[in-house]
Design a protein around this ligand. Sequence first.
Ligand code: SF4
Length: 176
Amino acid sequence: MWIGLLLLSGLLLYLALRLRRRAARNQRMSGLPEGKLVYADTGRWSAVAKPYFSERYRLTGKPDYLVDTDDGLVPVEVKRSAAPPGGRAYDSHVMQLAAYCLLIEEVDGETPPHGFIRYADATVQIDWTDDLRDLLLDTLEEMRDDLGRRDVARSHDDPARCAACGVRHGCGREAL
Ligand code: SF4
């Protein structure tokens, strides 16, 4: 299981870096939905026993909970940190939730209406839209393109990030 979680961690790091690069390039937000603050204590919350896996998307991951709602299965990701200001979610967390929505859609054959990111002080609802799916699929495709390249530019100048990086030993470039 730890291999799957490691793969997902790598994907999330990659997604966060790609989104940051794209946002900087376009000087605008990356098209992610902002989400909205909700109360999400009702419904049946079930812990997820094992990771989802999609051969088609070569993607694996496990949300913390699934909620069985009248509108369908809803993934929930729990974070210990506080929500960012403004009642929205961090971009990398939105993409993580989007990956879970895609996996549920693929494996369970049900399209989630949305997902929840539950921060220490707030719960943010992220709608699973066609735009968010397109953004996730584009990012996955870019990731695979980059995997085949010998030289991919570092997208940041943050030594702390390199110091905490889980793939530092395999990084092809000099870490900061
Ligand atoms: S060590 Fe630094 S540059 Fe290399 S992959 Fe990790 S964060 Fe990126």
